[in-house]
Design a protein around this ligand. Sequence first.
Ligand code: ATP
Ligand code: MG
Length: 332
Amino acid sequence: METAIKAINLTKRYGNFTAVDHINFEVYYGEVFAFLGPNGAGKTTTIKMLTTVTRPTEGTAIVGGYDVIKQPAKVREIIGVTPQEYTSDEDLTGWENLMLVAALYGIPKKEAKERAAELLDLVELSYAADRKVETYSGGMRRRLEIAMGLINRPIILFLDEPTLGLDAQTRAAIWDYVYRLRKQYGTTIFMTTHYLEEADRYAERIAIIDHGKILAIGTPKELKEKVGGDVITIEVSGDVNLARKVIEGIEGVTGVSVDGNTITFKVRNGNTAAPIILEALNKLSIRATSITIKEPTMDEVFLEFTGRRLRDEEGSSEDFMRFMRTIARARR
Ligand SMILES: Nc1ncnc2c1ncn2[C@@H]1O[C@H](COP(=O)(O)OP(=O)(O)OP(=O)(O)O)[C@@H](O)[C@H]1O
Ligand SMILES: [Mg+2]
């Protein structure tokens, strides 16, 4: 099957600085795919190339079957974009903003009205349709802009940090709309975020990007497995040293340590390994009095692949500053 997005050595240089460095990846139709990376990683630059806003220095990408360099107009017809920066006009109402975007796409008035009403309903903004955007909260504004990105019924929707600077509850609501529209229209979603927990929870597949390079790609589960899998802690009653030997002998077990009656180790998949281990212990009449299985967090995954931490909390004050700059820019 043809893939929705295929990046082939996609590269962007500004002077002698490489913002995006020969990246290769595929996004499948109907997928919710996320680029996860810190500030300056190259997320927006990638989106700009995929949406034909900026031309790759090297390599190319196929979006919806069209080459971004050779057929940019075709690409623009089938995509929707919600950029990182605010795009709605504060002096217009939500309804007027949608009608304006519809006019830019040349959608006939009657059709535009139908679509605008449907989209406002989808993002639960019908009640505020006739209010000026300047009265909207950050979350409402983001929802409106997602609706604006959908007015041309895109096959693929690009969302650049749709949840940046929003509180946890609003962020969850945004994801709810993303999934709703995927369900309703089958839209393929390409989005960026630098919230670890959010990517873990909501993205079906993740590409970790740092310094313009993709360092890992896969489902959250696959990425965690690559890091070395789950941590199992077993408390035993009986011969703890024998138990340790048994566990060490099981395939795929690494990093065994013992503390009193408690044995801790790593396995690729805790849920499938646990019964095997319990049975092996049981055969030697060693009883497990408790067992816990802990998945690695996305934080650990990120550290493993990038060699540094990316904490949601640490970003928050900086996010707020960026959010304010974005607003300031929109007000000009
Ligand atoms: N027009 C430009 N000219 C020069 N450098 C640029 C330009 N646009 C982006 N860059 C640089 O390229 C790098 C990647 O920027 P990009 O905006 O793609 O990052 P990002 O991952 O979207 O980060 P953020 O989380 O801040 O949005 C940064 O170092 C940025 O300063
Ligand atoms: Mg960006």
